[in-house]
Design a protein. Sequence first.
Length: 147
Amino acid sequence: MNPPANPWLLAAGAGSLAAAAAHVACIFGGADWYRFLGAGNRMAAAVERGAMLPNVITAGIAGILLVWALIAFSAAGLMVRLPLLRVALVLISAVLLLRAAAVFVPSLWLPEHTSTFRAVSSALVFALGACFAIGTVAAWPSLSTRS
């Protein structure tokens, strides 16, 4: 009998999928979605002008988030084991937790990002990073390259 899947990594995967979906929604929803989800007026205005760069950047972020979801689900045992899971999980956790800590460094933010956006986005990223980090610690023994 297989052990139950790691709930922290399941949450990390689901959160990554949700974040990817929000980014894809911006691409299809247009400038209003970019504004609503906090991308800022410069990105939204570029979309309104027909520039492709905002959508390319957003699609790239969505792609990264999808890969992170696959990594989380792989580490949770829901799919084939991907290579370098330990390294990937540690790096993903670090990236997310460092991004969450950016809330304390005002110079990293665009002037159009409100304090509410900074706080909410950082809290969401912190929650996702915590799921990855706690799930990684819990799964660490089962992620050995020798298993």
